[in-house]
Write a protein that binds this ligand. Sequence first.
Ligand code: SAM
Length: 342
Amino acid sequence: MSVPLVDGFGRVHRDLRISVTDRCNFRCTYCMPEEGMQWMPRGELLSYEELARVAGVMVERFGFDSIRLTGGEPTIRAHLPVLVRKLSELRVPGADGGPDRPIDLALTTNGATLRTVAHDLADAGLRRINISCDSLRRDRFQAMTKRDELDAVLDGIDAAIEAGLDPVKLNVVAMRGVNEDELVDFAVFGREKGITVRFIEFMPLDAQQAWTNDQVLTQAEILDTIGAVFPLEPVDRPGYRGSDPAERFRYLDGGGEIGVIPSVTHAFCATCDRVRLTAEGELRSCLFALDAHDLRGPLRAGAGDDELAAIVEGAVAAKWAGHQINQAVFIRPTKSMSQIGG
Ligand code: SAM
């Protein structure tokens, strides 16, 4: 029997984001500087056994049913399929003594190495995947990522589809003055490939702290631009979106759907069901949390599951109502998206 992990605002937590590394093979300009990032020493990262141990507590004690691996770039950590297999073997306890069930295991990646690992990941039990790509133009892609890897990423998308990962979704950070002229190109790309493209509002989590509000391409602007070419309607009735960060919109002509993650203009904190585990074993109850709860120390000191579970409960009990971006009281976390796990 698992016990729901509820915070002070009545939100039940079931979704764990695990960062497997703070390192990345790209240098996306809105995420980290080209030079000078300080990587975590390898010995300070949780081992795959330690990550699986924490995940096991979350699933078995608290009924977590969804785990997403991220980073940094998760595919550059050696033998990632080994971790995927360990996590895919976790079973979510059934409600009221009913049968247990598998967890929903997903990965967020920049896609550059997927041609070599997509099949191994799928064989190890990965179900679905989000691939990030912010430009379909080679020069711009290189300028944004500091890597000439657009072809590898596009090939990685095909590799993920061929490996049977389902759904394959494409994440695009939409930024004014950077890639706003590609919104319709991305819509066309998604329609042709049969995949959902999700546009993410730019958040104040860049390592260089250069974020300004006017760089945020808003959900309203994204929908207006794409809807003018391919008319759209909301998929969910107002108030029925659940804990999905993306608001979904379908093309009226039946060409599939897009998502928008409006973290800045329409925050979804009220329905947040996530906790995050950083690569070095900090539990964070929000991407923007200013406090972190160390699990690595207790893990390496031989803590039992009860002790780990108590730390998790304490972290979630203290979770705040929301991140307050755009309000005078907002304070940026000192860590960037790549260090926390996006
Ligand atoms: N390396 C993997 C990838 O590229 O997907 C996983 C980590 S990355 C930090 C996860 C996602 O966060 C990517 O889609 C990336 O574009 C997005 N991201 C990074 N910094 C962001 C920011 N400041 N605002 C919005 N999204 C951001």
